[in-house]
Ligand binder design. Structure first.
Ligand code: MOS
Length: 757
């Protein structure tokens, strides 16, 4: 069983590699978007609506405008033209909140921007924004927590294009459910969760004639360029987006929010650079969140545990104008073998800011529901939950009717069970004790899509023995700088500390979105092709430079390995370092470009490409004081080849931490009176911190998936969160006997199991 954490090799691929940008970050030299300052720069602070449904009747800006240092108070009448944007092909023109800011006087959610104060300092701008008096006509907002699907056609428009509400169907799921000997019918609820990257969102906009430059912490700079170009009526060459470092995104920074065009419009009106950074509160209102979902799952099975029917009917909330789709059926159709299946969804409009992608969008709430249902069915059947999954392992992707490129789910389960000691689990509730605590053991499976986005890259070999790799993708804290350095080093033989990495700028070759856990898998073929082309150029130089041992040879006679050019017949030992050759030829550098196509969104794929995994969790429960802790986690991930096991492990650990938050803590609450997300700060919106997290035992299987790229690397950013909450709630049930089907698990839910109750 190949379960190596690290491939023993001299190659940088698969080697535990500390982040190449680490020193810049810990020394404070790394410049995040809002760290850039420009002469004459002004500060903008939006005025947030304090109602969630109604209309702006009057905007009194007089007091604010008179304040010393205030440059302008912008609103609908004076912001200037901001166009709308439209979805293009592939990954172009994506924007969740399409309505240009200030387009009308209607307020559709709490915190919607209704004006913008711009001043010489941030403090003055904030004071001015607070001094703007807004009069509203108000209606009761609809932030109702219980979701009933609105009337919708069968095929609907979403942020990414049309979707069929009947997402997947095979056999006759209703009939098979009715006649199934064993049935489960439960509804699982997940709350709105808000992304809380440490780095706040924000934009600094600078105009130079009709050229717009935007410093913004984007997970997708090229999409941002395209959308901003549309909004300002410019050719996209006139817009440049720069994102050197990102203090995490989790999906909140994938697509442009309304503060970006606001900063750009204000800068245009004033002829000065304008910086607009959101407050933490605004992050809860206007920059996305994971949609609140309600999912009814029905399972039909035989008494010996074979699934005969699976139905998932889910509803999620969305905003009044937008069409963000929370695809909770992402993994349902292929995860288990079942002849009769139906996945269908509906949507419910609410007076809230638009939901958006959040780490493992769709699959994370979806797998929480379906994996919870599997665990409950296992208990109902008195079958071990691991065994139930083994019994229902599919041979192919039954949703698409095509083989998996690489699926080792059973091996994940086997290894996870072994590492955790699962065989010692006693079936009964409240049956396992340690140190006076009740133990609860739970497990769940995971899956996340794998594919490539289109990518372009450039590689240079230089006369000082260094190399430069350039790709207009982003590093959102996940380690993309390091991955690019490893890839360039692998191909050129240049050690990591002599590799320069350029990313995060739309003036570079067009790189992939840092999303969908697909950046690493996407850049590999493009960087490799670029390096190959640079090497080809170098070999031609070798054969045409007088006075070298390669003169008059054909480029095809030559080889390149470990940074040396050599005659194949003589072997690499007698070769020449490429830097020597370049100096001899009076060349500063040779360069090569490379390009690779997307596989994401292919109409007729040959293989079903996904990563898989599982989680085993132990919780401890103290009924006397109703204290629940997570005490042990084992996570096994089958994500193909792991390029950097150090950063890879960090990704899974981070996802598990987020999973503890999802299961036990995170919950955005909307005030029924004014529609505000009321816990819109890090004191009241609780995320998991170190004290909540035990040591996390992460294992990777190592099965390269060559359908994705030459190295066989799939993504690892999101899968660690998939299914995790279901493992926790199973553990909670095992310890307390309480089935919690609405996240997060609250102490109140468990009091019936406590002496306090
Ligand atoms: Mo991820 S939600 O694609 O950043």
């Amino acid at each position: 069983m190949p379960t190596t954490q690290e491939t023993p090799t001299t190659s940088p691929i698969g080697r535990k590699t500390p982040r190449v940008d680490g020193p810049l970050k810990v020394s404070g030299m790394a410049q995040y978007a809002s760290d850039f300052h420009f002469p004459g720069m002004l500060y903008a602070v939006p005025v947030e609506a304090t109602i969630a449904n109604g209309r702006v009747v009057k905007l009194d800006t007089a007091a604010a405008e008179k304040m010393l240092g205030v440059r302008a108070i912008f609103h609908r009448a004076n912001i200037g033209k901001i166009f709308s944007s439209a979805l293009g092909k592939g990954m172009e023109g994506i924007c969740i909140e399409r309505r240009p800011p200030f387009e009308d006087d209607v307020v559709r959610y709490y915190g919607q921007y209704v004006a913008l104060a711009v001043a010489d300092t941030f403090e003055t701008a904030k004071a001015a924004a607070d001094a703007v008096r807004v009069t509203y006509s108000k209606d009761k907002p609809n932030v109702e927590n219980d979701l009933k699907a609105d009337e919708d056609p069968e095929v609907i428009e979403t942020t990414y294009g049309p979707e069929n509400r009947l997402e997947s169907e095979r056999g006759d799921a209703e009939a098979a459910f009715v006649s199934a000997p064993v049935k489960l019918d439960q509804t699982y609820v997940t709350p709105a969760e808000t992304h809380n990257p440490i780095e706040l969102q924000g934009a600094t906009a600078i105009w130079d004639g009709s050229m717009l430059t935007l410093y913004e912490e984007s997970q997708a700079i090229f999409n941002m360029r395209g959308v901003l170009a549309q909004m300002f009526g410019l050719p996209k060459e006139n817009v440049r987006v720069i994102t050197k470092f990102v203090g995490s995104g989790f999906g909140s920074k994938l697509w442009p929010w309304t503060h970006c065009p606001l900063a750009a419009a204000a800068a245009r009106q004033l002829g000065k650079p304008v910086k607009l950074v959101l407050s933490r509160k605004m992050m809860f209102q206007t920059a996305g969140h994971r949609a609140h979902t309600q999912q009814r799952v029905r399972l039909g099975a035989t008494p010996d545990g074979k699934l005969v029917s699976l139905m998932q009917d889910y509803v999620y909330h969305r905003s009044m104008l937008d069409n963000y789709h929370e695809n909770c059926g992402e993994a349902t159709a292929f995860q288990y073998s079942v002849p009769n299946l139906r996945v269908k969804f509906g949507r419910a409009r609410r007076n809230i800011g638009s939901p958006s992608d959040m780490r493992g969008p769709g699959a994370v709430p979806g797998l929480y529901a379906t994996e919870s249902a599997m665990n409950e069915l296992a208990d109902q059947l008195k079958i071990d939950p691991v065994r139930l999954r083994v019994l229902n392992e599919p041979k192919i992707d039954e949703g698409l009717g095509i083989p998996f490129s690489s699926r080792h789910y059973l091996e994940c389960l086997e290894l996870g069970a072994e590492k955790f000691g699962w065989s010692k689990r006693k079936l009964e509730v409240d049956s396992m004790k340690r140190d006076g605590l009740t133990l609860g053991w739970g497990m769940a499976g995971a899956a996340w899509v794998a594919a490539r986005f289109a990518a372009e890259a450039n590689v240079e070999l230089r006369d000082d023995g260094t190399t430069r790799v350039a790709c207009g993708t982003q590093d959102i804290g996940t380690g993309t700088y390091t991955i690019l350095a490893q890839l360039a080093s692998e191909k050129t033989g240049v050690p990591l500390d002599k590799v320069e990495v350029a990313l995060g700028d739309t003036s570079l070759p067009e790189g992939p979105v840092s999303g969908g856990s697909m950046a690493t898998g996407s850049v590999i073929p493009a960087v490799f092709a670029a390096a190959d082309n640079a090497i080809t150029s170098l070999l031609t130089v070798a054969t045409t430079t007088p006075g070298t041992q390669f003169e008059k040879r054909k480029p095809t006679d030559l080889g390149f390995e470990g940074g040396r050019v050599f005659v194949k017949a003589d072997g690499p030992a007698r070769g020449v370092p490429f830097a020597d050759l370049l100096r001899r030829a009076n060349l500063r550098l040779v360069t090569g470009s490379g390009k690779s196509k997307e596989t994401f969104g292919e109409k007729k794929p040959k293989f079903s490409t996904h990563s898989f995994g599982c989680h085993f969790v132990e919780v401890t429960w103290q009924p006397e004081i109703a204290r629940l802790r997570v005490s042990r986690v084992v996570t096994v991930i089958d994500a193909g080849r792991i390029i950097n096991p150090l950063a890879g492990r960090n990704q899974i650990e981070g996802a598990v931490v987020m999973g503890i938050g999802m299961a036990l803590l995170e919950h955005t609450s909307y005030d029924p009176q004014n529609g505000a997300p009321i816990n819109s700060n890090l004191a009241d919106y609780i995320v998991a911190v170190n004290a909540d997290v035990p040591s996390i035992d992460v294992h990777f299987l190592d099965y390269p998936d060559k359908e994705i790229n030459q190295l066989g690397a799939r993504g690892i950013g999101e899968i660690g969160l998939a299914g995790f909450a279901a493992a926790i709630t199973a553990g909670v049930h095992h310890a307390t006997g309480v089935r919690v089907r609405e996240l997060p698990v609250k102490i109140e839910d468990l009091l019936t199991s406590s002496v306090l109750g």
